[in-house]
Design a protein around this ligand. Structure first.
Ligand code: A2P
Length: 284
């Protein structure tokens, strides 16, 4: 069955959850979340900028599962940074999700007045409106900046991480600071080279599993909190079916050797990306 990770504030989070980035089609998103809950996922990871919180909320409402059994995460968008804006953005997120609290709320990118946002999030956390607060895409430098201006430590740092880009340095920092590493795009966003890798194919064959399942197993055994995305019912089910086998230390090491230290996506240290995000118009 499922396994859980205990966060630094003693809140438990399912080790495997359902990611909904790149589900712009709301009907498709709602169906996918319904399916995910049906096959056993209890953690859902969305964000204001994904513009599908309403679909996620509908799926949760219609799932028949008690709210307390679900772990729902959303994220504060760059345009909503700052103390006041963060508070109202959080309320809009709750409204769209039809919820009265969030299990986890994350800063999506460490740009703009994220320290003001964090202050608002700390208050909402103390009021019980958010059970755990954390960050995404934070570099060591930004984590250090946050640490020296805050009273609550983030529980999670969600960053791009998959066998092609394993983030060894950042992971070590997270661990030293009791911050759980949460990979986004754990399957490399469906990267064909990764999902067709001969070494992974061999390992998958040995366990009678798919390459995607082997990658997810690798994440879990590394101690990560993993959130694969799929809109395909058979894959949604397949990705959850990773608790009945174990990779050997030798197999873990073989997968560790696939690291190229090259991202597939946005670099949080790239000033052009920061500039673009700060100026992006998002009506959320
Ligand atoms: P789809 O949603 O069409 O099923 P990531 O979570 O790393 O961003 O990866 C998501 C991408 O990987 C999506 O394109 C998704 O396709 C694809 N994907 C998800 N699960 C599997 C799987 N078990 N096998 C192959 N591709 C998958």
């Amino acid at each position: 069955g499922q396994s859980v990770i205990t966060l630094n504030n003693r809140v438990d989070i399912p080790a495997l959850g359902f990611g909904v980035w790149q589900m712009e089609n709301l009907e498709e998103c709602e169906k996918a979340v319904v399916k995910a809950i049906e096959v056993g996922y209890r953690m859902i990871d969305t964000a204001a900028i994904y513009q599908n919180e309403t679909a996620v909320g509908k799926a949760i409402k219609n799932s028949g599962i008690n709210r307390e059994e679900l772990f729902v995460t959303s994220k504060l968008w760059v345009q909503d940074h700052g103390y006041e804006k963060a508070k109202s953005a959080f309320q809009r997120t709750l409204n769209r999700l039809q919820l009265d609290y969030l299990d986890m709320y994350l800063i999506h990118w460490p740009f703009g007045d994220f320290l003001g946002s964090w202050k608002a999030m700390e208050e909402l956390y103390r009021e019980g409106k958010i059970k755990a607060i954390g960050v995404c895409n934070f570099t060591i430098e930004k984590l250090e900046e946050l640490k020296s201006h805050s009273t609550v430590s983030p529980v999670i740092n969600q960053v791009e991480l998959h066998p092609i880009f394993q983030q060894k340095e950042l992971r070590a920092y997270n661990k030293e600071n009791n911050i759980v590493t949460q990979p986004w795009s754990p399957l490399g966003n469906g990267n064909a080279e990764l999902l067709d890798n001969p070494l992974l194919k061999k390992i998958a064959f040995n366990h009678n599993k798919s390459i995607a399942q082997v990658i997810l197993r690798w994440h879990l055994q590394e101690g990560f909190c993993v959130i694969p995305k799929s809109v395909t019912p058979s894959r949604i089910e397949q990705n959850f079916n990773v608790f009945d086998f174990e990779l050997t230390e030798n197999e873990m090491n073989m997968i560790r050797s696939l690291d190229t230290n090259k991202r597939l996506f946005f670099d949080p240290k790239d000033p052009a990306w920061e500039e673009k995000m700060l100026n992006a118009v998002a009506d959320i």
